[in-house]
Structures are given as structure tokens and as C-alpha cells.
Design a protein around this ligand. Sequence first.
Ligand code: ZN
Length: 474
Amino acid sequence: MKVFKVFFWGLILFLVSSSFSKDNITPKNIIIFLGDGMGYNHIDIASYYQFGETGKQVYEKFPVKLGMSSHMIGGVVYNPDSAWTNFNYVKKRPTDSAASGTALATGTKTYYTAISVDSSKTKLLTILERAKMIGKSTGVVSTVPFSNATPAVFVAHNESRYNYREIAEEMILESKVDVIMGGGNPLFNHDGTSIKSERTIGAKESYDIVDGDTSIITDIEETFKYVGGKEVWNLLIEGKAGGDADDDGIDDPWKLIQKRDMFKKYISGETPRRVIGVFESRQASQIEREDSLDNGEPFSAPLNENIPTLDEMTLAAINIIDDNPNGFVLVSEGGAIDWAAHSNLLHRTIEEQIEFNKTIEAVCNWVETNSSWDETLIVITADHETGYLVGPGSNREGAETISEIWKPIINNGKGKLPTVEWFTKGHTNVLVPFYAKGVGSEIFRNYIKGNDKVRGEYIDNSDVGNVISNFLKK
Ligand SMILES: [Zn+2]
């Protein structure tokens, strides 16, 4: 079996390498970090809290630093002059994780709620599907349910991001992806506590902690939607779910893991062929971990210790797919930066951003220890900004210049909450940051769309999808 595997990958490598001309760049490994809802200021508030200053994040020293526009079809094409004269311009018809994620995953702009289908609802080839076609391994990791829009756009195709059951079903039963990790666990509450029995499972999106005696309306369809329905979940538990991921004609069923210890175990050593990790929360990993979501200090409420961190999941995912001599493409999402920002929760936004930052740092160390920047490309960006997070006193009457209209966030020093003001509970179309380092990273500079007077040169989210798609052409 092992000899066959070596032969199989060797053959693929030969076929792949012989079909490229010498000047084509093909990174062996591509790791994409998506901070959902992460604007420039989300990075800054975490930096003030972590270090007392900006510029200290590992990715802020990356050689390629650009802005990125993220408007969708039906949205407003980013115009730097309008964005910096009219405060409310970027709040008009903002994009969403599904539409912007599809552009990042396929290079094609689409409509609100589309999961890797175009505006005529035709399926689009994603970069993870392209990676599979040239023999690479692939994976998606998130701090929110794995069938949520951002992980979904890389693996599934659906006319609506809200068809969770169908999306999860496609990811589990039909896709060729090798690793899926995220929330959505039907047997746990949103705060990471266990549900005693199926009869007490709640039907609502958000509900109080269920104790053994509390009876809440049972809705099996609702409860199991994030994992593709009850039948798919049972197949996962029995180790029978999953099709042929490597085109050898033999099914590659998923190994399901749920406990944090198992995620941590796979950070090193031998791993199963395909792993789906559904951590012990019905929703996100940490953001809903206590009854009260009132603003407080970061990390003042104890973390859900039974749930893996994003860096644990991402390093485990890398260890599962890094044996392939053709390399891999992995997407790691800080999904709850967006959720915290939707609620304008400063302390939780900072927590989630710090988790994302730490993961990138850990993976940069992995590159330098186990790979190199000559064979691995890291891209870090966002799908859109959430919350219109700016400094206090912004958009006051009579303000005329940029520095009068957009006040800076107040840095109160390391370990202290900065002073901010939020201007929406939704998304905005402001430019989001884009960072890249490693093989092929300079190519993104060939796609500059314009020069923003505050953020500098910027590309578009569809450019990211197109550049990476070109790296993965047969
Ligand atoms: Zn959002």
C-alpha cells in the first residue's frame, strides 16, 4: 500500500512538473489566512492591546503589503475619492463573506449570498478544486462552523450561503478536500457546553445553557444543519462518510474528531488520511462562551478549554496534508472577528484578532522550520470590514478634511482597551489589508487597480482568486 502510494504521488509529480514551462511559478504550498471582517483598524486595536503599538505583527513586515477592494456584483465599485470625502459612502450595499469569498476562491465576482456560483448560478472552479486537479492536498479550517460562508466557498457550490445542510453535505460527501475543521457540532451549545440528550437540543440559534432537565423544542433538521443533517452525522461517527479524495478509485472516508486532545495529537506524528474536526461548539469556538456578551476586558472570562485554538487546528491541518510531495493549499479563517465586530464587542474582537495573529506567527515558524519561503506562499487578507471601526469623534458635523472626519483610534497602551467608535453593526466596503510573502508573492503587484490616498496601492479580491488560480493551472 505504501509503495503504491509513493508510486502514485511520484507519477502525479512527474505529470505535473513536465507540463509546466520554466517561467511558470507554482508554489508548492499556499496558505491563505482570512480574517473575516478584519479591517486595518481591527489589526491596530489588537496591536495596541498586545504590544502598545502597531507594526509588531509578523505579517506587517511581509514584503508585499497592499490594500484590497471587495465589492460584489450589485454593490458599489470602490472609488477612493468618494470613500475619503463621504463618510457614509462605504456603507452603501456592502459585500458579504459569500460574495467576497467566492471572488477570493475563484477569481469571479458574484452576487450577495452566492457560494462559488456566478451570477447565473453556474458552478465556479475553486482554487482548492484546481489544487486537487494537479495532485495537491487541500484543507479548510475555521473558528466558526465549517459550513459557514468562508470555508464553504473554497469547497462547495450553492446559490445561497444559508443552505447550510446542503453545503455541509457537499463538503463531506462529494468534495475531495482532505481536511475540514470548524464548529457546527450538533451535540454542543453555542457556548461549548454539552447537550445531555438529543431530546433537549434547542431549535433556536441562540439559547440559554441547557441543563439535563430543561426541555426545549426539538428540531432535528435545525440541530444537525451545520453538519449536513442527522444521517450524514451518523455516517461520520461510523467512519463511513466521504468519497474518493485522491482519484485512485477507492473511497477515503473521514476520520471524525471532536475533542481538543485529538486536534492537538495531530499537530505531530502520524495522522489518518482524511480528517474532519468538528470542535465542541454548535457555533464559534470562543466568542459566545459566556451568558453575558456585555463589553468587558479581553480574556476576563475563562476560555472554553475543551475547544482547540485556531493555531492548534491550523498546525494539525498542515501536519495532515504536508506529506504530499506535490504540496498543499490550505485556508485558515479567523471567522469570529466578524461575529464579534457585528456585535460591536471590542474585547471579543481583540481576542479573536489576537488568536488570528498568533496562528499566522505559528505558521510562519512552520514555514521557516519545515519548509521555506522559496516553496511556500502565505497570503493574509479579509473578505470585508465589519463594524466601521474608527476612532472616537469621527464623522462630526463641520469636519471637512480626512483627518477631521476620520479620527484615529486612541491607543491606551499595552494590556489596555483602546478607545474606539463603531459606525455600523454590518459590513462596509472600505479597503481591507492584503499581505503576502514567499514564492509568487510579487505577482500580486501586477494587478494594482488604483492608488488610495490613505491605504496606498490596492488590488481587488477577484485578482487574488485569479493569481492563485493561475498558479494552479494544469
Ligand atoms: Zn459578517
